[in-house]
Ligand binder design. Structure first.
Ligand code: HEC
Ligand code: HEC
Ligand code: HEC
Length: 358
């Protein structure tokens, strides 16, 4: 009988005591004194075990795609270095007083597998300040970040700056510049001073249609098009500046993309799809909307665009994860019936059409 009394007291009394403790303000939530040793031990155990367990469900690629490195490095410099520091950039004293402290990742990434890093970067860590990825359904971007984190311990400050800031100092003497040159130089870190994009994953903007560029920037700013890489740079930019940026990049002369080796057979198949579609599967000819100067100004040019970028966008349209301008549904319909091989072929074809007048 006595034992039952203790159990009942434990089950009802303990929560009441804890609640009372919280209500009168007994628990110190200040960060300055750190956790009790046992709390710190418990939180680390819970965090590490949870990451390990949840990462079991992550399907990691055998080799990490390195084409997203410049974009990921560019994002790291703005979105992660503020807490974790970077090569040549110490963590600020303010951040070092966080509880828990954001670690210097160059020293700790080796403790984790690719799948575990993916899990951390994609979902963040509760109760620590470690944020989730700023865009949903963009696992490709998270994998690019994991590939970058693997490089991080090997980078010296100069190599990091070259990767993240594109050698920096990208300035221009054009009178088309937006009112805030800082914003433009931020764009150039990833899109290049010549607007040709970088690494295959950052699209070329040079010579793209102005109306499409502006509509896309507005879509990123409103969250109608999902990309963690683009969410940061467009946030807080004055709408008038977005228009100036679109004008600036549209006026740049197109640069031709460098190409991966692809067989002539693949290119021919791509040309076939571009010009005639795939009638038996109801895939429309891409040329109907993407070639010729008489088309809707919000239908983008694809000529000379990086094949890796085009492939990624088509896959995002296919799974309805891309979003975009108010016209994106049209593209989802066109992409739905394309196989991976079709996507590779048609992307390779358009990336090579640089020479043809757009
Ligand atoms: C607001 C501060 C903050 C920002 C911004 C931030 N992190 Fe973190 N991050 C943390 C904190 C705090 C931890 C430590 C969690 C812990 O120890 O429980 C952490 C942990 C991590 C870890 C696990 C490291 C380890 O060994 O424990 C990785 C990996 C990581 N962050 C990557 C990133 C990446 C990549 C970005 C940018 C996309 C980023 N973080 C942005 C605060 C931040
Ligand atoms: C951290 C690197 C990074 C920075 C900085 C950056 N971009 Fe981007 N940008 C990207 C990536 C990566 C994509 C492709 C995103 C996607 O998949 O939707 C992109 C896409 C775009 C697109 C869509 C192009 C298309 O063909 O649909 C536009 C327009 C654009 N960026 C303009 C800008 C402007 C203007 C700025 C400066 C305010 C800027 N970007 C800053 C990496 C960056
Ligand atoms: C009926 C018109 C139409 C047809 C046909 C069409 N598209 Fe599109 N496409 C669009 C529109 C509109 C967009 C812009 C979507 C947005 O960002 O909102 C677009 C965007 C794209 C993009 C993204 C470009 C970028 O810079 O991000 C790719 C890639 C693309 N289309 C490929 C194709 C391919 C390949 C075909 C043929 C199989 C095709 N499209 C057929 C209208 C069309």
């Amino acid at each position: 009988m006595i034992r039952l009394k203790y159990v009942v007291f434990g089950a009802i009394g303990l929560p009441v005591v804890l609640l009372l403790g919280a209500w009168i303000g007994f628990f110190n939530v200040g960060a300055s004194s750190g956790h009790w040793k046992v709390t710190a031990w418990f939180l680390q155990l819970a965090m590490r075990s949870a990451v390990r367990t949840y990462a079991l469900a992550v399907d990691a690629p055998k080799t990490l795609d390195r084409r997203g490195l410049p974009a990921a490095a560019g994002h790291f410099a703005r979105g992660c270095a503020i807490c974790h520091g970077a090569p040549g950039e110490l963590r600020s004293p303010a951040v070092l007083r966080m509880l828990p402290q954001p670690p210097d990742l160059a020293l700790t990434v080796g403790d984790w597998t690719d799948a575990q890093l993916f899990r951390i970067v994609r979902h963040g860590i509760r109760f620590t300040g470690m944020p989730a990825w700023p865009a949903r359904d963009r696992d490709d971007e998270v994998w690019a970040m994991v590939a970058f984190l693997r490089e991080l311990p090997k980078l010296d400050p100069n190599e990091f700056r070259a990767l993240a800031f594109n050698g920096s100092g990208a300035t221009t003497s054009s009178d088309q510049q937006p009112a805030t040159p800082d914003v433009l130089s931020d764009c150039m870190r990833c899109h290049g001073g010549d607007g040709d994009g970088r690494g295959g994953a950052v699209p070329a903007l040079a010579g793209q249609k102005e109306a499409y560029l502006l509509a896309s920037l507005q879509a990123y700013a409103k969250g109608d098009r999902t990309s963690g890489f683009m969410a940061l740079p467009v946030t807080g930019v004055d709408p008038a500046d977005l228009a100036a940026l679109a004008r600036y990049f549209a006026a740049q002369p197109p640069v031709s993309a460098d190409h991966d080796q692809v067989s002539a057979e693949v290119i021919n198949k791509g040309q076939q799809i571009a010009e005639a579609g795939i009638p038996e599967r109801n895939v429309p000819a891409c040329s109907g909307c993407h070639l010729g100067s008489d088309k809707n100004p919000v239908y983008p040019r694809l000529n000379g665009q990086h094949a890796a970028y085009l492939e990624r966008q088509l896959k995002l349209f296919r799974s309805e994860d891309r979003g975009g301008t108010p016209f994106w549904h049209i593209m989802a319909t066109a992409a739905q019936r394309l196989t991976d091989d079709d996507i590779q072929a048609v992307s390779a074809y358009f990336s090579r059409r640089a020479e043809v007048p757009r």
